[in-house]
Design a protein around this ligand. Structure first.
Ligand code: NAD
Length: 380
C-alpha cells in the first residue's frame, strides 16, 4: 500500500428543508458583518431557489446582495467581476448556491477578493492563495460535482482553456445539503450530474493515489448512486432518492479531494475546451472509454467497484455495468457533428493542466499515448 494523507472533509449539515436555518448558520460563523452576498446562476434563479434563500434571509438582520448573472460553466472574467463586487463591500459573508459552476465562482471569488490579483494568476498553483478569504457557506443544488468539499475550482481562461486552481483556502466554513433544492433539476441534468458523481467515485477508488480511507467514501458513493440515480431521474420529487444522490455526490467529492481525479477528467476538460460539452456528459464519455483498459491495469480496485455497482466482484464487470447505467440514464455520448479535430483535441488533452490527471490514471497515460487515446474517444 502506498503512503497517503487523509485530509478529511469540512463541516457538512444535511436535512430536508435545512436551508431554512441559513441565517442561524451565518450568525454562528460571522460576528463581523451584516452584508451577505449570494452567488448563484440564472438557472438556479429561474428554478425559484434564490427567492427561497431571499425569503429565509429577509427574516434576519442582514443586508443581502444577489449575483446571479452566471450562465454556463465559469470564465475567469466572471470570477474577477464577482471578486470586484465583494471587494467593494465591508468583509461580506458569501453564500454560494448552485451546481459546480456557481460554487466554483463563489469559492474562488471569496478567496481572491482578499487581494487585487486576477484569478488566472492562481491557475495550476502558479501562486498561493491569500488567506484567510471571506467566510462562506456553500449549498449545492446539483448532485453533483462535490465541489462543496473539494480544495479545487475549475474555470476557463481568456484563451479558452479549462484549468483548475487548488488550495486548502478554497474550502468553505460550512456546507448545507438540502435535497429539496435539487427537485427542480431537469431529468437530463440529474442524469449527467449524477454520472459525474459516479465518475468521481470510480476514479478516486481506482487511480494511482487511491487509498483505503478514500475508498470508504468512494465505494459508498457508488452504491448510493447506483441505488438512487434512476429514481431521481424518473421521479424528480422523490426526496429519498434526491437525498441519496446529494449525499453520494458529497461523498464522491470527499473521496477525490483526497486522491485527485484521473484521465476521464483530462478527457472531460478537453471536450469542454474544444467542443463545449458540459462537464457531467464529458467525463462520462471519458470514463466509458477508459474503463475496460483501466480494469485490466488494476483488476483488484475495479473488482471492488464492480461489487459496489451490484455486480460480481470481478474487474471485467465494471465497464458493462457503467455503460448500462449510461444507457438507462439516457445520457448522450455521441460526438459526431461536433467537428472535433483529432490533433487539436489531443494537444489540449495532453496539455500541462491535464497531465497530473493523466498520470494519476489507473493505467497511467504518457504523452506518447495521446493520439491513441483520442482515437478511442472519437472513433467508437
Ligand atoms: P452547473 O453548475 O453548470 O449547472 C448545470 C445547469 O443546471 C445550470 O444551467 C444551472 O443553472 C442548472 N441548475 C443547477 N441546479 C439546479 C436546480 N436545482 N434546479 C434547476 N436547475 C438547476 O453544473 P454542474 O455539473 O453542477 O457543475 C459543472 C461545473 O463544475 C464545471 O465547470 C466543472 O468543471 C465543475 N466541477 C468542479 C469540481 C470541483 O471540485 N470544484 C468538481 C467537478 C466539476
Amino acid at each position: 500500500m502506498n503512503p497517503f494523507s487523509f485530509l478529511g472533509i469540512n463541516a457538512v449539515s444535511f436535512g430536508i428543508d435545512r436551508v431554512e436555518q441559513l441565517a442561524e448558520d451565518i450568525a454562528e460563523l460571522n460576528r463581523e458583518t451584516s452584508e451577505i452576498v449570494v452567488i448563484s446562476d440564472f438557472g438556479v434563479a429561474k428554478a425559484g431557489i434564490l427567492d427561497r434563500i431571499r425569503s429565509v434571509l429577509a427574516r434576519s438582520r442582514y443586508h443581502v446582495t444577489v449575483f446571479s448573472e452566471l450562465a454556463g460553466e465559469p470564465h475567469a472574467a466572471t470570477v474577477d467581476k464577482v471578486a470586484q463586487l465583494l471587494r467593494r463591500l465591508d468583509h461580506p459573508f458569501v453564500v454560494g448556491v448552485g451546481g459546480g459552476s456557481a460554487l466554483d465562482v463563489a469559492k474562488l471569488a471569496a478567496v481572491i477578493a482578499e487581494d487585487e490579483i486576477p484569478v488566472e494568476d492562481y491557475a495550476l498553483c502558479a501562486r498561493p492563495f491569500p488567506e484567510p478569504g471571506l467566510k462562506r457557506i456553500l449549498i449545492p443544488t446539483t448532485a453533483g460535482t462535490g465541489s462543496e468539499v473539494t480544495r479545487t475550482a475549475v474555470f476557463t481562461t481568456s484563451k479558452g482553456n479549462k484549468v483548475w486552481a487548488w488550495g486548502h483556502e478554497l474550502l468553505p466554513d460550512k456546507v448545507l445539503l438540502d435535497p429539496c433544492l435539487t427537485v427542480s433539476l431537469p431529468a437530463d441534468i440529474t442524469a449527467a450530474t449524477g454520472l459525474d458523481a459516479m465518475v468521481h467515485a470510480i476514479e478516486a477508488c481506482t487511480c494511482q493515489n487511491r487509498n483505503p480511507m478514500a475508498d470508504a467514501l468512494g465505494l459508498h458513493a457508488i452504491r448510493l448512486t447506483k441505488q438512487h440515480l434512476m429514481t431521481a431521474i424518473e421521479k424528480p420529487e422523490d426526496i429519498e432518492a434526491r437525498s441519496g444522490m446529494l449525499i453520494a455526490s458529497t461523498l464522491a467529492g470527499g473521496a477525490f479531494a483526497q486522491t485527485g481525479t484521473a484521465a476521464a477528467h483530462a478527457i472531460g476538460h478537453a471536450l469542454a475546451s474544444v467542443a463545449g460539452i458540459p462537464h457531467g456528459r464529458a467525463v462520462t464519455i471519458g470514463m466509458e472509454v477508459l474503463l475496460p483498459r483501466n480494469a485490466e491495469a488494476s483488476p483488484e480496485a475495479h473488482a471492488a467497484v464492480a461489487e459496489a455497482l451490484g455486480c460480481e466482484k470481478k474487474a471485467d464487470q465494471c465497464a458493462p455495468a457503467f455503460s448500462a447505467l449510461i444507457d438507462q440514464a439516457g445520457v448522450d455520448r455521441s460526438l459526431v457533428d461536433r467537428g472535433i479535430e483529432p490533433e487539436t483535441f489531443t494537444g489540449v488533452m495532453m496539455s500541462e493542466e491535464n497531465l497530473p490527471m493523466l498520470q494519476n490514471n489507473a493505467r497511467p497515460i504518457s504523452k506518447n499515448d495521446g493520439l491513441e487515446l483520442t482515437r478511442w474517444i472519437l472513433v467508437r
